[in-house]
Design a protein around this ligand. Sequence first.
Ligand code: KIV
Ligand code: ZN
Length: 513
Amino acid sequence: MSKNNQVIIFDTTLRDGEQSPGASMTRDEKLRIAKQLEKMRVDVIEAGFAIASPGDFESVKAIAEAVTESTVCSLSRALDADIDRAGEALKNAASGRIHTFIATSPIHMKYKLQMEPDQVVEQAVYAVKRAHNLISDVEFSLEDASRSDLDFMCRIIEKVIDAGARTINIPDTVGYAIPEEFGYTIGQLLQRIPNADKAIFSVHCHNDLGLAVANSLAAVTAGARQVECTINGLGERAGNASLEEIVMAIRTRKDRLNLETGIDTTQIVPASRLVSSVTGFPVQPNKAIVGANAFAHESGIHQDGVLKHRETYEIMTAQDVGWNTNRMVMGKHSGRNAFRSRLVELGTTFKSDLELNNAFARFKELADKKHEIFDEDLIALVSDTQAADAYEKYKLSSLNVTSQTGEVPVAQVSLVVDGNEHKAQSEGGGPVDAALKAIEKIVNSESSLELYSVNAITSGTDSQGEVTVRLEKAGRIVNGVGADTDIIIASAKAYVHALNLMDANIQKAHPQV
Ligand code: KIV
Ligand code: ZN
């Protein structure tokens, strides 16, 4: 197959994915996800928006230094300071890319940028040249391209290619496009722009109408050769095109599309689980490819068919995408070295022996309660340990809950706040409610609970429950996550995690505002 049939997979989970309200990730969490994306052989990892905050800069820098097999990219507006900050964060990358953008639709130029079209062209060319002076690999995006004028897009793209852009990204920023129209636009751009052969055309589709994957596939059919997407379709508002759906559609319908990607598809489910566990965004059971029911056959007729001949009802196998790798990896007698090696394979690095020892001590506690420890347990355990080890305002010290038929549940909680122990007791509608109310009696956070969800991490009644708690305060949303074999303790951990995230009050610039 000629190189022209290769679709570049550009993952933006760590940038656009993080723009989902409540999906912020720490530097270490981003590093773990980046290592998993590299293992999955993603071509380009958009590691963040370097100028957004010091934390974002550090994350992009750390990923640029740790990842060698994928290109690492930072977003930047078409502004000097943004471009320079991106270049600085990427300076040690084995392969780095600056992704600069400016809006090109009449509505964005008039109301958001308050610039004339000619000024936008000038600024775009200037930004690409500045980025190109820092790094050879420059991508340029026309924000809100799907509502931009075709002739204007042709004009600006020709100029930015001349200025050094090697990837031209056509975003459907507001998820407005429909497949036939979007494919037509890509085809027109490729035909009309005289120097179009000097760049790879890319697409970046949002899912507001549930069409992000369909639009991306229409675009590659029309000649685009890079797709920007995210694990589990995470992203601003309704999310981005989901990586797993794009990759598996290209692979499963090769007969029709005649395209391929370099992705190791067996790493898809582990990546999906990792992103879900880190962000606290559960994956819906019927989500294509990575949902718990994606390969489950309920009806007798289907089961019978699959048993007789798998292809009667299955177009791909669960193993192809990394399901059923769900093997017991460790147990009570596993040693510290085996523990560390498995976690390194899962993309975790320990900053110190102390961090490893703390995680190992937690693993031993878990192994006492649960005979079989799976990769998913280890991932949750590391997230939990990192949260507990980080300096944080609130730490859960102990929790005691009584609950029995006919009695009102009561919780007693002990919480360390800024180093001082506080105790409170509360009744509740159920044991979880009592525990969270007792915590609130101490912290009085004034935030409102927007979401509470529990997921079993693995199968079996001894599974760890992973709880997500979403809190909102003055327009700010955070997702706390906690895991434990006792779901009341998991709930309290998740609540305390959310309170700490709220307390951290990290201010970030939003690239599109
Ligand atoms: O949706 C969008 O337009 C973006 C750009 C910054 C690429 O995320
Ligand atoms: Zn976007």
